[in-house]
Design a protein around this ligand. Structure first.
Ligand code: UDX
Length: 445
C-alpha cells in the first residue's frame, strides 16, 4: 500500500482517489473548495457519476480515503501526488493553468524527498517540462499520465483503461507510476512527457473529427435521400474505421472535446504547424449545432417566431447532469433569438442552466415539456426517451413536428400516432427536397 495525495476533487480527482483506494492505496484528496469538501464529507457528490458516490462513502468509512481542504500536511507523508486540477479554456482557447501554477510552491515546499508527481490534468504540451523546472527538486519524479475518462463511465474507464500513457524522461520514473497501477491490465505506452501531453489533446480532437465526419455524412444523406445509419454500418464494418463516434447528433459538446480541440488549435498557433483542419472542425461543429434550428424552421409548417418547442434533454449526453458546452445551449439560444418559446425536460438537469434562465421553462417530465408545443426536439438520448407514449403525447401537442437529432425516439410509434418525424441523417418525409417544406403554411404531403 502506498500513501497517495490527489490534488483536486472534481470528477477526475474523485474518480482517481476512489479507484486508487480500490487498488489498496491510502488516499488523501485535497480541494480548495471548502463547500465542496463539506458536501463530500456528508456523502454528497456535485455531479452524476455511476458508482462513484458509493465508492467514496465506502473508502471514507473504511479510513482509506480522506478528503480535506487545508491539508498540505498529507503531502509530506505521500509517496505520490496525482495532479487532477482543472485547466479550463481561456477566451482565446488556451488552457488556463492558474490552478496548477498555484499549487507549485506547496508541492516544492512539502513534497517528501523521492516523491512522484503524476500529472493527470489535461495540459498543453510542454507543461511537464515547465512544471519540472518550476519545482526545482531533483529528488522528485514528474510523470505525465493523462486520463481518458468519459463522464458517466469514469469509474469503469479508470479501472479498465484502453491504455496507460506514461511520459517522462527517466524510464525508472514511469515504472514507479506503473507500479501504482498494479492489477490494472492495459497496454502501457512509455514515452517522453511532451508526447504524452499531446496524446490527450490528439485523442479528443480525433474523436471530435470522427463525430463531425458522421454529422457531415448525415447532412449529406438527407440531401441525397440516403440513410446515415446504414452508411455508418457500412463504414463501421471496416476495422480501420469502426462504428464508434460516428453516431450523428447535434454536434459534440461537454467539458472536454470543445475545450481540448480549441486548446490544440491554440498550441498549433504558437508554432508554424498548419492546423487548418482543426479550424475547419470547430467551424463545422458550430454549423451542425445551428443546423438543428434551421432544420426545425424548415420542418415547422408555420413560423419559428412564436412557435412552442418542447426540448427533450439538456445535458451534453445521457448519464450526466453536465451542461457545459452542451449542444442544447447554442440551440436554445438560437431558438430564443428567433422568438421561439422553449420548454425543456432533462431527467438530470433540474436547476436553472446558466445563460439560459430567461430562455427556457423547465418541465417536470417529457409529457409536460411537449404539452401544447408545435414541435418536439430531442437533443439528449436519455434511455427513457426511447419509448415515450406517443399516442398520448401527440394528443397533448399543438403541432405534429418531431425532430430527433440522435435517431433515438420510437419513430414508428410516433408516426403511427400521427406525428411527422424527422430523424437526422434520414429522409423520413417524402423528399427529396426539404426546401419544398419551406413553403409556409403548406405541410408536406
Ligand atoms: C470525452 C472522451 O471520450 C474521454 O476519453 C476524455 O477523457 C474526455 O472527453 P466525455 O466528454 O465524457 O469524454 O464525452 P463523450 O462520451 O466522448 O462524448 C462527447 C460528445 O460527443 C457528446 O456531446 C456526445 O453526445 C457526442 N457524440 C459522441 C456524438 O455526437 N456522436 C458519437 O458517436 C459519440
Amino acid at each position: 500500500m502506498t500513501t497517495v495525495t490527489v490534488l483536486g476533487a472534481g470528477y477526475v480527482g474523485l474518480t482517481t482517489a476512489a479507484c486508487l483506494a480500490y487498488l489498496g492505496h491510502q488516499v488523501h484528496a485535497i480541494d480548495i473548495d471548502i463547500a465542496r469538501v463539506r458536501r463530500l464529507a456528508s456523502g454528497h457528490i456535485d455531479f452524476l457519476e455511476p458508482g462513484l458516490p458509493e465508492m467514496i462513502r465506502y473508502y471514507q468509512q473504511a479510513g482509506q480515503l480522506t478528503i480535506s481542504n487545508t491539508a498540505w500536511r498529507p503531502l509530506t507523508s505521500s509517496e505520490a501526488v496525482f495532479i487532477c486540477l482543472p485547466t479550463p479554456a481561456q477566451p482565446d482557447g488556451r488552457a488556463d493553468m492558474t490552478a496548477i501554477d498555484a499549487a507549485i510552491p506547496q508541492l516544492r515546499d512539502h513534497l517528501a524527498p523521492g516523491g512522484q508527481v503524476v500529472l493527470k490534468s489535461t495540459v498543453p504540451p510542454g507543461t511537464h517540462r515547465r512544471l519540472t523546472a518550476a519545482l526545482a527538486r531533483n529528488d522528485i519524479a514528474v510523470v505525465s499520465n493523462p486520463e481518458f475518462l468519459r463522464e458517466g463511465s469514469a469509474v469503469q474507464d479508470w479501472l479498465h483503461p484502453d491504455r496507460v500513457i506514461l511520459g517522462s524522461d527517466a524510464p525508472d520514473h514511469s515504472r514507479r507510476v506503473a507500479d501504482l497501477y498494479h492489477n490494472i491490465t492495459a497496454p502501457i505506452v512509455h514515452t517522453d512527457p511532451t508526447s504524452a501531453e499531446l496524446i490527450k489533446y490528439a485523442a479528443n480532437t480525433f474523436l471530435a473529427l470522427k463525430i463531425t465526419y458522421g454529422n457531415m455524412l448525415a447532412e449529406l444523406c438527407e440531401h441525397l435521400g440516403a440513410n446515415s445509419t446504414d452508411v455508418r454500418t457500412g463504414l463501421g464494418h471496416d476495422p480501420r474505421i469502426g462504428y464508434q463516434y460516428l453516431q450523428s447528433g447535434p454536434g459534440w459538446g461537454g467539458p472536454c472535446l470543445p475545450k481540448d480541440t480549441r486548446a490544440l488549435l491554440a498550441v498549433g498557433e504558437q508554432s508554424s504547424a498548419d492546423l487548418g483542419l482543426i479550424k475547419a472542425l470547430i467551424h463545422a461543429n458550430t454549423h451542425h449545432q445551428h443546423r438543428i434550428v434551421t432544420l426545425l424552421d424548415q420542418l415547422l409548417p408555420g413560423p419559428l417566431a412564436g412557435a412552442r418547442i418542447g426540448i427533450l434533454g439538456l445535458a451534453f449526453k445521457p448519464g450526466t447532469s453536465d451542461v457545459r458546452d452542451s449542444p442544447a445551449l447554442p440551440i436554445i439560444s438560437a431558438l430564443a433569438a428567433r422568438q421561439a418559446k422553449v420548454t425543456a425536460y432533462d431527467p438530470a438537469v433540474t436547476n436553472p442552466v446558466p445563460g439560459l434562465t430567461d430562455h427556457i421553462t423547465h418541465a417536470s417530465d417529457a409529457a409536460a415539456a411537449l404539452t401544447g408545443c408545435d414541435a418536439a426536439l430531442l437533443v439528449t438520448e436519455w434511455p427513457q426517451f426511447a419509448h415515450l407514449p406517443w399516442r398520448t403525447l401527440a394528443r397533448a401537442m399543438r403541432g405534429n413536428t418531431v425532430l430527433d437529432t440522435r435517431g433515438h425516439l420510437d419513430a414508428d410509434e410516433a408516426t403511427r400516432a400521427g406525428l411527422r418525424v424527422h430523424v437526422l441523417g434520414k429522409s423520413s418525409w417524402p423528399q427529396p427536397d426539404l426546401q419544398l417544406v419551406r413553403a409556409r403554411g403548406s405541410k408536406p404531403a
